[in-house]
Design a protein around this ligand. Structure first.
Ligand code: AP5
Ligand code: ZN
Length: 212
């Protein structure tokens, strides 16, 4: 299936995309991870305000469309089924995506703003394998150590309170209209993202099985 997962920062897109990739054997295409892996690439020839993605990401601002569109276009051209996570984040990107692929299922995770701040400021990620934890909601067995691979757990540069608040403002201004745009699309399903991860996953599996 071709799956799009939408929602604000911290809604659980990354967490549930991993389940989707495992269960349906699809490619997890995530612009956030792709950009984090290429934070220092030179984008100055794209007529951008900053020379690398890093400055935008640390502040919680959007990386310029041209950079992100190219990443997604390349990744989609190599994937059969996929779950697309972190894109599109504004209406211009949504329009680009329409020229790249059709979608079978569009999942929209809903979570309140207060909960998002708690989730993001408490998140820890494995520096080696990228696994996701939360100091309170899904702690690792040993503090600071990844259950999967034994790697160190670190806090993302943009998970400090100031960047988090900016990311949520950027979401309200740029990405909320994208969700509204998809609401009438075939295969659109709104999911209550404030349930436990397992309950969210049940709803997601039902939605995908119904539409894909
Ligand atoms: P990106 O990496 O996409 O970050 P994001 O959208 O802010 O999303 P997150 O990864 O923070 O949250 P998530 O929804 O995946 O939640 P998660 O599962 O981790 O983007 C980062 C930056 O890159 C952007 O700010 C921008 O600069 C740039 N960028 C990326 N894409 C771009 C684009 N298209 N255009 C321009 N710029 C772009 O969960 C969060 C936490 O909550 C975890 O700790 C988790 O354990 C916990 N949790 C998850 N589910 C639950 C649950 N049900 N109950 C309790 N806790 C839960
Ligand atoms: Zn790990």
């Amino acid at each position: 299936p071709r799956i799009l997962i939408l929602g604000p920062p911290g809604a659980g897109k990354g967490t549930q995309s991993v389940n989707l990739a495992d269960t349906y054997g699809v490619e997890h295409i995530t612009t956030g991870d792709a950009l984090r892996a290429n934070k220092d690439m030179d984008i100055s020839d794209m007529d951008t305000e900053y020379d690398t993605p890093r400055e935008y990401m640390e502040a919680g601002d959007l990386v310029p469309d041209a950079v992100v569109n190219a990443i997604v276009d390349e990744a989609l051209s190599q994937a059969d089924g996929f779950v697309l996570d972190g894109y599109p984040r504004n209406l211009e990107q949504a329009e680009e995506l329409e020229g790249m692929t059709d979608l079978d299922v569009i999942l929209s995770l809903d979570v309140s703003r207060e909960e998002l701040v708690d989730r993001l400021t408490g998140r820890r990620v494995c520096d080696d394998c990228g696994a996701n934890y939360h100091v309170e909601f899904s702690p690792p067995e040993a503090e600071g150590v990844c259950d999967e691979c034994g790697g160190d757990l670190i806090q993302r540069e943009d998970d400090n309170e100031e960047s988090v608040r900016n990311r949520l403002d950027v979401f309200d201004e740029n990405t909320a209209p994208v969700i509204a745009h998809y609401e009438d699309h075939e295969g659109f399903v709104a999911i209550d993202g404030e349930q436990t991860p397992d309950e969210v996953w049940d709803d997601i599996e039902n939605a995908v099985d119904e539409h894909a």
